[in-house]
Design a protein around this ligand. Structure first.
Ligand SMILES: Nc1ncnc2c1ncn2[C@@H]1O[C@H](COP(=O)(O)OP(=O)(O)OP(=O)(O)O)[C@@H](O)[C@H]1O
Ligand SMILES: [Mg+2]
Length: 258
């Protein structure tokens, strides 16, 4: 089985602040991995490290066997909603088209009709066709998040990284969204950060729990101990959210052990 993502002993620091320490993680091709963990645990940092957006202090990250800077592998990215500036003056379609930016600096560059049609198709998939010509500043939070999903698809990714993609979408779209992810998962590897543990346990087969290091990696079953180690307290709440999934422990199942 091909390995989509291989992370070995990854350390990322922001100045003196360590954000990730000794993270080891392997994700197989076409796997659907859920990433959970407390606020500030390093989940976004991990996705950014995979994308090459934050400097790595030490360790190795390979995506389909390739290093970040030499990489030809396309990775779709849906950033965490709260961190994105929504005031940028472009339309929804244009925002999706920027994913096809490769040639945009060439003099006389224009998006082709085919690219525009494709952008429409991705917007249709996320139910935003009607809003294609709107300015992005005029979208609601959930619509904005959906636009980012369309944009990630426009990369034609082999791997898609989603950072809390359902944080502000309504329950109706959430359902459609997970269906869409399941469909996409037939052709691509999906790595999704989410606090939506119920959805995670229903849709995702493997999870990684991150609190600076990998606290747990394995089947989407959470023991009380793992949750305690990860969140330091709200065991109750989560145990209620995932009532039939509170099971035995297997720490570090997928981590590197050397
Ligand atoms: N640009 C930055 N400069 C300095 N410190 C940062 C920066 N970005 C994140 N951090 C710190 O690194 C740690 C990990 O942050 P990160 O955003 O990866 O957490 P997270 O798991 O995504 O949290 P959340 O659930 O709140 O989104 C936190 O302590 C955070 O304060
Ligand atoms: Mg985050």
């Amino acid at each position: 089985m091909e390995i989509a993502l291989h992370i070995e002993n990854l350390y990322v620091n922001y100045g003196q602040t360590p954000a990730l320490s000794g993270v080891c993680l392997d994700v197989l091709d076409k796997e659907f991995l859920g990433i959970i963990g407390p606020n500030g645990g390093g989940k976004t940092t991990l996705l950014k490290a995979i994308l090459g957006l934050v400097p790595v202090s030490s360790g190795k990250i390979l995506v389909y066997g390739e290093e970040a800077h030499t990489r030809g592998i396309r990775i779709g990215y849906v950033p965490q909603y709260s961190f994105v500036d929504r005031r940028f003056p472009i339309s929804v379609t244009e925002a999706v088209l920027t994913a096809m930016l490769k040639d945009v600096l060439r003099p006389g560059f224009r998006y082709s009709r085919q690219q525009k049609e494709l952008a429409r198709e991705y917007l249709r998939q996320v139910g935003l066709e009607q809003l294609a010509e709107r300015q992005i500043s005029q979208l609601s939070g959930g619509e904005f998040q959906r636009m980012f999903i369309a944009r990630a698809l426009a990369v034609k990714p082999r791997v898609i990284l989603l950072d809390e993609p359902t944080a502000s979408v309504d329950p109706h779209f959430k359902e459609d969204f997970y269906e869409l992810l399941e469909k996409l998962n037939q052709d691509m590897t999906i790595i999704m950060v989410s606090h939506d543990l119920l959805a995670i346990s229903a849709k995702v087969k493997r999870i990684a729990c991150i609190n600076r290091g990998i606290v747990y990696h394995g089947k989407a079953e959470l023991s009380e101990n793992v949750i305690k180690k990860m969140y330091n307290c709200p065991v109750d709440l989560i145990a209620h959210g995932v009532p039939h999934r509170v099971l035995g422990e297997h720490d570090q199942e997928g981590g590197c052990r050397h």
